[in-house]
Write a protein that binds this ligand. Structure first.
Ligand SMILES: NC(=O)c1ccc[n+]([C@@H]2O[C@H](COP(=O)([O-])OP(=O)(O)OC[C@H]3O[C@@H](n4cnc5c(N)ncnc54)[C@H](OP(=O)(O)O)[C@@H]3O)[C@@H](O)[C@H]2O)c1
Length: 218
């Protein structure tokens, strides 16, 4: 499979490297074709690792992963080009964090909207699935680092796209039973607002190597 990873931060680089390990071809996208992190990543990754602009990456991928800062996601995808997103599964890992008032950060969008919905509205022919934004990059690609079953959540309007994402997540190590489909794309609001709890848990626990498990009475 050919993946476009839009984003050169820790999430983009971690997911992109894992996908290479799994035998996929990956193009990492950035605002500039000469981005230093993307250039270094591609050089380390060898032949199946490429880098370029957001547009280059989206054009090259069968599946597009949005790993850009949430507040820049729409701009990044605009650069990627609507025609390069049409009909493709678009996995949105972003959180829209506003650090301007210090800790704890606020969200730039919440309650009645989400980044994932903004993306789906702007690109109606992309098959947007919110996923992975509730765990840190290390846990995304190595869920087994945390003992016991723990959950990941997805949301999106396209059932077939969500099934593809569950299969993609299985490749990263997430058991299908541990992936909870919350329903349509409006449920991304809850996944993005979870950041407000996640960030407080991280401060309390002292690191980002944790996740939550949903338990219910039998
Ligand atoms: N860090 C984690 O473990 C973690 C966990 C869960 C979810 N997330 C979410 O995953 C996403 C990526 O996180 P990250 O920590 O890897 O990196 P990040 O610093 O949040 O984002 C880096 C990427 O965003 C792009 N970007 C920033 N501002 C932009 C703008 N105004 N227009 C277009 N592109 C812009 C950058 O482009 P350039 O390449 O051109 O610089 C870069 O590729 C974020 O939304 C984050 O909230 C992060």
């Amino acid at each position: 499979m050919r993946y476009a990873v839009l984003g050169t931060g820790i999430v983009g680089r971690t997911l992109a490297s894992k996908l290479l390990e799994l035998g996929h071809e990956v193009t990492m996208g950035s605002r500039s074709a000469g981005n230093e992190a993307a250039t270094a990543w591609a050089s380390d990754g060898g032949e199946p690792a490429h880098h370029g602009t957001f547009r280059d990456a989206a054009a090259a991928g069968d599946v597009v992963i949005n790993a850009t800062a949430g507040e820049g996601a729409l701009a990044a995808l605009e650069s990627a080009g609507e025609e390069n997103l049409e009909g493709k599964v678009l996995i949105d890992t972003s959180n829209a964090i506003d650090h301007s008032s210090g800790f704890p950060p606020l969200l730039t969008v919440a309650n009645t909207d989400s980044v994932a919905e903004q993306i789906q509205r702007r690109f109606p022919r992309a098959r947007v699935v919110k996923a992975l934004n509730t765990v840190n990059a290390e846990v995304m690609v190595n869920p087994g680092m945390i003992d016991g079953g723990h959950n990941l959540f997805i949301a999106g309007d396209d059932a077939a796209a969500k099934a593809e994402v569950v299969a993609f997540l299985a490749g990263l190590g997430w058991a299908a039973d541990d992936v909870i489909d919350l329903g349509d794309i409006t449920n991304a609001r809850a996944l993005e607002m979870y950041l407000t709890l996640w960030i407080r848990l991280m401060r309390r626990l002292g690191n980002a190597r944790f996740n939550i498990r949903v338990v219910r009475a039998s």
